[in-house]
Write a protein that binds this ligand. Structure first.
Ligand SMILES: O=P(O)(O)OC[C@@]1(O)O[C@H](CO)[C@@H](O)[C@@H]1O
Length: 398
């Protein structure tokens, strides 16, 4: 299943630990609520959405209860990757969910959830994405239709403005009320950018035009549609000769994009009119020519930060023009899910990641680096700025 070489780079880990402690959920009101409120509510919604049998319901309710009051139990012995997770969670089982590293515990929660629904077991539920109903609703919603319609306006802009509009749309794409930035190339949400290296990203893409760009996707629905529009722009304008889109190998964090979600996003473009349809056709053609490839490495559902990465993937990222990492979770994994001093330089913390990188992230959890002192002072007067999703960063290490 998972690559054996998936072990954290020890030196990097030790160095990071000396600089900033790992986030343990009980130390963060936000993270604590993920286990006490978010996970049980999610399980309730799943039970409403699916005709689960008694065994599935029991397993889900045990998981919900465990998250709130219990301790972490390992996967059952019969699970395909039971041993792997036993090793990965060595020393963590038997402890309350909120008392272990936040990143590890959330990841294991989603693995346990898939075990409860039977996602990996032979039978009718094998490979059935439990989050599909939520993803489909979002894809059919107004945010996506607005995004798709707005592509007709974007194409009228000058090339550089088009690129920036699509970048901002992709950046803000994982919020519910989206489809906005794309309309005029800039919008109100851009004022929430608290670090903006986008000019450097474009400079880099233009000076190294024609190579391979890696995009590590985040969410399905409106976000992946926006990502596809950006990818089409890079390919169509010769800024990339090839794009590799990295997705999750199995359902994760509710809305994280899998290959099926990319296909649904592409279909949404193809079913649109005008520029959306044209972009969809160009992307389908790019896939046929091998210029747009989708990769789903198992490391993307592993409970580690990106100091742990299979060697082959490390080489791929190292040889890309740039790797664009989308969203909050990728950011947590990029910088380590740690209590960094927010002004810690982004380049220093991310030096372990192979090749050049650009993080496009709306702030939805505690971790943050690379802020200016003045920006931080201003933000500190805004409640919940780290977790409310109202602020964002484009941070580049070139
Ligand atoms: O990666 P994404 O989709 O931008 O955000 C993932 C997220 O919703 O999940 C975690 C909390 O459950 C946080 O990292 C963040 O709030």
């Amino acid at each position: 299943m998972l690559a054996l070489d998936l072990i954290p780079l020890r030196e990097e880990q030790t160095l990071m630990t000396q600089q900033a402690p790992v986030i343990v959920s009980s130390e963060s009101p936000f993270a604590k609520d993920v286990f006490i409120k978010r996970h049980p509510a999610l399980i309730e919604r799943l039970v409403e959405a699916w005709p689960f049998g008694p065994e599935q319901r029991r397993a889900l309710s045990v998981l919900a209860e465990e998250n709130v009051h219990g301790v972490i139990r390992p996967l059952p012995d019969g699970a395909v990757d039971a041993q792997l997770w036993r090793d990965w969670g060595n020393g963590l089982y038997g402890r309350p969910w909120a008392e272990v590293p936040f990143l590890w515990a959330e990841s294991f929660f989603y693995r346990r959830l898939l075990e409860a629904t039977g996602y990996f077991r032979p039978g009718p539920w094998l490979g059935v994405d439990p989050f599909a109903p939520f993803k489909q609703t979002e894809l059919a919603g107004e945010a996506v239709s607005a995004e798709i319609a707005a592509l007709d306006d974007v194409v009228e802009l000058a090339e550089e403005e088009q690129g920036q509009a699509l970048l901002l749309s992709s950046l803000w794409g994982n919020r519910a009320d989206l489809g906005f930035q794309i309309t005029a190339g800039q919008g109100t949400e851009a004022s929430g950018l608290v670090a903006d290296d986008s000019a450097r990203l474009w400079e880099l893409l233009r000076s190294e035009a024609g190579g391979t760009v890696a995009v590590v996707a985040d969410n399905a629905g409106s976000e992946v549609v926006a990502d596809l529009a950006l990818i089409d722009h890079l390919l169509a304008h010769g800024l990339a000769d090839e794009v590799v889109l990295h997705v999750k190998p199995s359902p994760y964090y509710v809305s994280d994009a899998t290959l099926a979600d990319v296909a649904d996003g592409l279909r949404a473009l193809l079913l649109g009119k005008g520029e959306a349809r044209a972009a969809g056709e160009r992307l389908r053609e790019a896939a046929a020519l091998g210029r747009l490839r989708v990769r789903a490495d198992s490391c993307f559902c592993a409970p580690f930060d990106y100091t742990a990465m299979p060697v082959a993937l490390r080489h791929e990222f190292a040889s890309a023009t740039v790797t664009i990492l989308k969203g909050d979770l990728n950011y947590r994994r990029l910088v380590g899910d740690r209590w960094w001093e927010p002004t810690t330089p982004f380049a220093g913390v991310t030096g372990h990641f192979p090749g050049r990188i650009a993080a496009l992230r709306t702030l939805k959890s505690d971790v943050i680096v690379g802020l200016g002192t003045g920006t931080l002072a201003e933000l500190n007067s805004t409640p919940d700025w780290r977790t409310s999703g109202t602020h964002a960063v484009v941070q580049v290490r070139s």
